[in-house]
Write a protein that binds this ligand. Structure first.
Ligand SMILES: NC(=O)C1=CN([C@@H]2O[C@H](COP(=O)(O)OP(=O)(O)OC[C@H]3O[C@@H](n4cnc5c(N)ncnc54)[C@H](OP(=O)(O)O)[C@@H]3O)[C@@H](O)[C@H]2O)C=CC1
Ligand SMILES: Nc1nc(=O)c2c([nH]1)NC[C@@H]1CN(c3ccc(C(=O)N[C@@H](CCC(=O)O)C(=O)O)cc3)C=[N+]21
Length: 301
């Protein structure tokens, strides 16, 4: 096969998260403009505690993206030495500020701060991460609540790739509160048969090889290789791992892209897959929150 033909074959399998996120952002830009014409300016507050360099980059990207779609953003940076009460006091202030529609507290928090206490302090109607128990419970009950951005972004990619997901067997590798569990809930709501694998699962490769859809959210570079994948499966790689390779710093997923590519019918790259979708869905959630807070119906997605 000529390399041009080989490239074409690779391209046809790639799920382009950058392109799909651009579509989402275009929709959000139009929604924001419509709200502004009615005198409503959606606003997102991003709270960063400490100086973790990766978190600083993420927060900067969120603020930049908000500006691009017309969402006002407020960046609150607190020192790593802040007490939990200081963080809670800021959240209380943001909860009460009617001009703030969305609140995101960047994770992870410094070790001395209780993550659950902080996430539970956010008013559920402003919880654009969907991490408050009210929203977690609502998702599991099938209520129309704010949904975690990364799993919601994965769903949009899957629906764009496969259309109807009904009856598909989906395997989610990882069971965190921010990715694995909400991902499983969304797949179930879309009528998939769902298997959730984790670090205690026995023979995970054999289970994963039964899946029509594999979502990898483990935080282990390239762990999911060809052994985990049935020919024709759709593979969504949530992992973001910075590794040193050949003396260079590289970003790789939880999927061993080179070994899985020949088997998968479609696969997300890292970077340029799920990551850009997460930020786009955060913007969409902010608009949804603003609409709800102003008593406007939220559009079907
Ligand atoms: N693209 C994006 O927008 C985002 C990307 N991420 C990335 O996604 C990845 C996962 O993040 P997150 O969910 O927060 O990670 P966590 O560390 O919170 O969870 C990892 C999960 O993977 C499971 N796991 C670990 N090792 C194995 C193994 N050998 N076999 C099977 N399961 C295993 C763990 O199991 P157990 O519960 O038993 O310990 C756990 O449930 C990371 O790379 C992170 O950087 C995260 C958020 C957003
Ligand atoms: N409260 C909270 N909500 C989150 O949603 C949240 C969080 N905390 N903490 C950290 C994780 C991680 N996360 C990412 C978002 C975008 C990219 C992203 O845009 N990635 C680009 C590459 C970025 C780069 O080059 O470094 C890509 O994959 O193409 C990645 C990761 C959100 N998270």
């Amino acid at each position: 096969m000529s390399s041009a033909v080989a490239n074409k074959a690779v391209e046809s399998k790639l799920i382009d998260g950058k392109a799909v996120s651009a579509q989402v952002l275009a929709e959000v830009t139009a929604d924001v403009a419509a709200l502004k014409a009615e005198g409503i300016e959606p606003a997102l507050a991003v709270v960063l505690v400490g100086e973790d360099p990766a978190s600083q980059v993420y927060v900067r990207n969120k603020v930049l993206r908000a500006g691009e779609v017309g969402i006002r953003s407020l960046e609150h940076r607190l020192p790593a030495t802040s007490t939990q009460d200081e963080v809670l006091a800021l959240i209380d202030e943001l909860n009460r500020d009617a001009s703030v529609n969305g609140i995101l507290v960047q994770l992870p928090l410094p070790w001395h701060i209780n993550e659950t206490a902080v996430l539970q302090a956010i008013d559920p109607i402003k919880d654009v991460d969907g991490f408050h128990s009210e929203n977690v419970g609502g998702l599991s009950q099938g209520r129309d609540v704010l949904t975690p951005c990364t799993p919601a972004g994965c769903m949009r990619l899957l629906k764009q790739t496969l259309g109807d997901l009904s009856g598909k067997h989906a395997v989610v590798v990882g069971r965190s509160n921010i990715v694995g569990k909400p991902m499983a809930a969304l797949l179930l709501a879309a009528d998939c048969t769902v298997t959730v694998l984790h670090s205690r699962s026995k023979n995970p490769q054999a289970l994963s090889r039964q899946a029509d859809i594999v979502v990898a959210a483990v935080g282990r570079p390239r762990m999911i290789d060809a052994e985990w994948i049935k020919p024709g499966a759709v593979v969504i790689d949530v992992g973001i791992n910075r590794i040193e390779e050949d003396g260079k710093s590289r970003l790789v997923g939880d999927v061993d892209f080179a070994s899985v590519l020949p088997l998968a019918s479609a696969i997300t790259p890292v970077p340029g897959g799920v990551g850009p979708m997460t930020i786009a869905l955060l913007m969409q959630n902010t608009v949804t929150a603003a609409r709800q807070q102003h008593g406007k119906p939220t559009q079907a997605q």
